[in-house]
Ligand binder design. Structure first.
Ligand SMILES: Nc1ncnc2c1ncn2[C@@H]1O[C@H](COP(=O)(O)OP(=O)(O)OP(=O)(O)O)[C@@H](O)[C@H]1O
Length: 652
């Protein structure tokens, strides 16, 4: 990573034609901007970490949103130009086109900022065109606070390569191929997008690349030319599609506990807490840092903020490889764009980012460096995102109306050729096939089926692009053998001790459930139930055999009621706990035992609190001879039921 140097930006001769044709087709106004950004000289600072926080969409949009000219306006331009200029030199070593693609996407992005205004480069002062020093204090106008820079230690650059990845599952005794021979790569500093229709295999490919799938897997996935190993896990962040977060923790608590649990023991608690705060500022979450995450029953942060917390949970460990499963799904296009800008900022620190994406807007589409287009588990395209349209044009598929490129590609991947020119080869093939059936129909009456289109696209990619891309995969990596070996080093200085894990999880458990158990609604419910029971058994007289029977009945009721209550609660909360266990990778006995004990002990005080209120009221109203022994045994029953419920849970 030290090899970052000054590098003149390529002019548009290499990819310019592509850039132009794409711009011509999709966004004529962005054409000149794309070219001028490409022509700019790229300057860079001497190390990777200093490239961080160059720009952030939150900053940019906030500046633009403020729009008030003067200083803030100026700053906005400065940041824009800076982001366009600063580039890693890694692409020089691996693929010469990545810088162009990044610059091109960055410049395209600027033409769509909130301001809706992008100054031509000649309108910027020379000071604006100079890259900023790393210790620049940036102002987050949206939050009205100074943005703190995330100071992270340099990460090991990881080059991900995968070739001929096939994955099968057994469904009702028969084999089903989910992925059939997918090849591709992603380098540090790049954002690779996996796109395709629903069910095309994006998530499956992502989980395979993230080392989370074992079993009927064929092909090769390598990380710096080494296979997946356990020690690699700590260098990987994985943001799942379903946000798994504790609903009653605040944003700050969530990220602080993640930092305390996952950062190396060599860091002090204070440093870990500071890292959590840095991530909060980095993600622009400072405004909502004390807001609860929220869930089905509790109103909390917004969808975009929630996604950012999930990303924060993973970037807090400063991973080299970051996988994200549909980080923008369910978000409006502006928020989605912010998330993708954030991914770019993260990638610019030398991290490799792979994300699935469902239906990106055209602005979003241009932000990706590389693209994989999947259709029914087959590869329809892998290469620079900026060249995808050119590839499909070259095989005869062109949109007939102005269309979002992502929509066009998804239509094709679905086999839908409405509003798309049908390639003559495919047209002829379909015509020939149908000729024998209905001789008198004209050629125009036949439309290729989805299967025909799919086969045509798979063959076209295989014949025209695949060979070149596979050759690139064989190229040696621009890193030393020592660096490659680092990836397999099994030194375990990561994580915290068992006792620390237990105490952190205990505190987190108490915090997470305090709202649940100490909520006024629950307390009122318990008081109401106990008052009803107290009235039913109002001052029952134990001196007669009938009264004694009555009291025995009440004790039986209490035992059953409080005995089963924790069992039901445990049954309903377990599915959520299980997802959390998976997410936090508590898969070995070491972590699992800490998790289990912390959960049990943090639950107990709260689980016993409500029965205690209940029993005091019932005993008093029913006139039971409430002795300490009675009370002790009743609480013991409750305690044992809770333990039984928890043990049952974790045994499952
Ligand atoms: N373990 C499995 N058993 C059976 N079928 C599976 C399994 N895993 C994946 N599939 C199937 O493989 C296909 C691809 O699934 P995957 O989740 O990767 O798709 P996707 O492209 O991510 O879809 P979406 O965009 O809807 O999330 C789907 O048809 C899915 O039903």
């Amino acid at each position: 990573m030290e090899s970052i140097m000054e590098k003149p930006m390529m002019d548009d001769t290499a990819g310019g034609g592509i850039g132009r044709s794409k711009s011509d087709q999709l966004a004529p106004s962005s054409k000149s901007l794309s070219r001028t950004a490409s022509a700019e000289t790229v300057r860079s600072t001497p190390n990777t970490t200093s490239l961080s926080r160059k720009s952030s969409f939150w900053k940019r949009s906030a500046s633009g949103g403020a729009g008030a000219g003067g200083n803030s306006h100026g700053h906005s331009h400065i940041r824009k130009s800076r982001s366009a200029q600063l580039k890693l030199d890694l692409d020089d070593l691996v693929s010469s086109g990545a810088a162009l693609s990044r610059a091109s996407s960055a410049s395209l992005g600027f033409s769509f900022t909130f301001t809706g205004f992008t100054p031509p480069p000649h309108a910027m002062s020379s000071a604006e065109l100079h890259p900023f020093s790393d210790d620049e204090n940036t102002m987050d106008i949206e939050a009205g606070t100074r943005r703190k820079k995330l100071a992270t230690e340099p990460t090991l650059p990881i080059y991900l390569k995968f070739s001929e990845v096939k994955y099968r599952v057994t469904v009702k005794g028969s084999q089903r191929e989910i992925l059939s021979g997918i090849s591709g790569s992603a380098s540090p500093g790049e954002v690779l997008a996996l796109m395709g229709p629903s069910g095309s295999g994006k998530t499956t490919l992502l989980t395979i690349l993230g080392g989370r799938v074992a079993g009927a897997l064929e092909g090769c996935v390598s990380y710096n030319d080494e296979p997946f190993s356990k020690s690699l896990k700590r260098r990987i962040g994985f943001v799942t599609q379903d946000d798994v977060l504790f609903s009653h923790l605040t944003v700050r608590e969530t990220l602080t506990y993640a930092a305390l649990l996952r950062l190396p023991r060599t860091m002090t608690t204070q440093q870990k807490e500071e890292r959590a705060m840095d991530v909060i500022y980095e993600l622009g979450l400072e405004k909502c840092q004390d807001t609860m995450i929220g869930g089905s029953f509790v109103r909390g942060v917004s969808g975009g903020e929630r996604k950012r917390v999930c990303i924060g949970n993973e970037i807090i460990i400063n991973p080299s490889l970051l996988f994200l499963d549909e980080p923008t799904s369910g978000l409006d296009s502006t928020t989605a764009l912010r998330i993708v800008h954030l991914l770019h900022d993260i990638a610019e620190d030398g991290k490799t980012i792979i994300t699935t994406i469902h239906q990106p807007s055209s602005r979003l589409f241009h932000k990706f460096d590389k693209l994989i287009l999947l259709g029914k588990g087959s590869l329809l395209y892998f290469g620079k995102a900026s060249e995808a349209m050119t590839h499909f044009q070259s095989i005869g598929c062109t949109p007939l109306i102005a269309m979002n490129p992502a929509e066009f590609l998804l239509d094709l991947a679905n086999g839908n050729t409405n509003d798309v020119s049908v390639p003559s080869d495919l047209d002829d093939k379909v015509h020939m096939e149908n000729q024998n059936l209905q001789n008198n129909n004209s050629k125009n009456d036949y439309k290729p089926s989805a299967q025909d289109v799919h086969e045509y696209l798979v063959d076209a990619y295989e014949n025209r692009v695949a060979y070149q891309e596979k050759k690139k995969l064989l190229a040696p990596l621009p890193i030393s053998d020592d660096m490659k070996a680092t990836i397999t080093s099994s030194k375990r200085e990561w994580g915290t001790s068992w006792w620390q894990q237990y105490s952190i999880l205990f505190c987190r458990g108490i915090k997470e459930r305090r709202h649940d158990y100490l909520s006024w609604m629950r307390i009122t419910q318990v008081i109401a139930t106990s008052v009803i029971l107290g009235l039913l058994w109002w001052h029952s007289d134990p001196s007669t055999p009938k009264g004694l029977q009555d009291q025995a009945g009440l004790l039986f009721f209490i035992a059953v009621f409080w005995g089963f209550f924790p069992v039901f609660t445990a049954i309903f909360t377990f599915p959520q706990e299980r997802t959390m266990l998976n997410k936090e990778r508590a898969v070995d006995m070491y972590k699992l035992s800490a998790y289990f004990l912390a959960r049990m002990t943090s639950d107990l005080p709260l689980d016993l609190f409500l029965p205690a209120i209940f029993m005091v009221i019932v005993y008093f109203m029913a006139g039971l001879k409430a002795t300490a022994t009675h009370f002790f045994f009743s609480m013991l029953i409750v305690f044992l039921s809770i333990i039984a419920a928890q043990v049952r849970n974790f045994r499952d």
